[in-house]
Design a protein around this ligand. Structure first.
Ligand SMILES: [Zn+2]
Length: 358
């Protein structure tokens, strides 16, 4: 195998005992696929493909075992699927573009959307901030920084240290230069990084969230931030670890990420698209837009259900409802509200249908 970034065929011939040696364009060494252009595309694709295989196998086993626990699924993904994707990441990570990172993040995204039954159009940063999960790119960055720090503290004379200190490694367009470029995307400089692996993780996650929130705010979804995450908090939200039913957790996640079926959301799916003022609640006569707040706190039709939880609703303002103090009481309330709304919707639908037939 001859490494070259030129497209034309290699003109050199190599002989062994009189015969020409065959030249190969791909080679697997210690489980990592090299190609003659050294661009890591093939290697990365194989990692992602292997990750998907592992993920589907895990999903089937979880379904068979009826495992719904979020923490267990997340841990299993980290133990069984992520090592497949991340194998040899110290080598290929810096060569990965933004769109290639998105491809590998799809598996993590799939875990969150399928578990909580939320829309896959919800921005990834919001999914991460709800569940408190670290993005794959950040996990890789932590591994790379730990690796570089480990080499830095190694005694002289070790092979990795010799390669690391070689002038070839420090030239432009080399592995080390690409690493520095990749780290600087999130404003990380190797000299200012901590050396302890736990501290590196916290440091990288903090940088990632600052970068992600900055981008997210500049782009869209101010709605989510002003309504549900005004503190820009990126830790796992209280409802996910609360002692409430799995169904209630899913409903709360859907309400918080705009993945629900309330009129304020489904109005924009209709053609022609309904204006905001047209998306009024069809169950009561208030003429108000059916938003999450109207559904949980205001709609008259659900007054009887809400009266049971009077203390919760008078004590807690809209923003406090999802906080640690209220979420265990909010869980059963949203489950009942959701069930009652579904029943009402069914009867409205059958009423409309019967009148159309007449
Ligand atoms: Zn209403």
């Amino acid at each position: 195998m001859v490494f070259s970034n030129k497209k034309k065929r290699n003109q050199y011939k190599f002989y062994f005992e009189g015969s020409i040696l065959e030249e190969d364009s791909n080679y697997k060494y210690l489980g990592i696929g090299f190609n003659k252009n050294l661009n890591w595309d093939g290697c990365r694709k194989k990692r992602i493909l292997g990750g998907w295989k592992g993920w589907y196998a895990l999903q089937n086993r979880c379904r068979e075992a009826e495992l719904r626990n979020w923490k267990a699924s997340q841990t299993l993904l980290g133990l069984l699927v992520l090592p497949v994707i991340l194998y040899g990441c110290e080598l290929w990570a810096s060569n990965t573009s933004g769109s290639q990172w998105k491809q590998s993040e799809q598996i993590q995204k799939h875990l969150i959307t399928s578990k909580f039954k939320i829309k896959n159009t919800v921005p990834y940063e919001i999914m991460l901030s709800e569940t408190g999960v670290a993005p794959i790119e950040a996990i890789v960055m932590v591994r790379l920084i730990s690796y570089l720090k480990r080499i830095g503290t190694m005694e002289e004379g070790r092979w990795s240290k010799a390669v690391f200190n070689d002038t070839l490694c420090k030239r432009k367009k080399t592995w080390m230069q690409q690493n520095i470029k990749w780290l600087s995307k999130w404003n990380i400089y190797l000299n200012s990084c901590p050396t302890n692996s736990k501290e590196i993780k916290a440091f990288v996650m903090d940088k990632f969230h600052k970068w992600a929130w900055g981008n997210e705010l500049a782009r869209k979804k101010k709605y989510y931030i002003t309504k549900f995450n005004s503190a820009y908090d990126h830790h796992q939200k209280a409802y996910i670890r609360a002692y409430i039913s799995w169904k209630a957790k899913c409903i709360i996640a859907q309400l918080r990420t705009n993945s629900h079926q309330l009129h304020s959301e489904i109005g924009c799916w209709k053609r022609p698209k309904e204006t905001w003022e047209e998306r009024v609640c069809i169950f009561c006569t208030s003429g108000k837009v059916e938003t999450e707040k109207h559904f949980i706190l205001e709609c008259d039709v659900f007054k009887d259900v809400r009266d049971k939880y009077n203390k919760l609703l008078t004590e807690g303002s809209w923003y406090d409802l999802f906080s640690e103090d209220f979420v265990e009481r909010l869980g059963p309330l949203v489950s009942i509200l959701h069930r009652k709304r579904a029943d009402l919707q069914k009867s409205v639908r059958s009423y409309v249908l019967s009148h159309r037939l007449c």
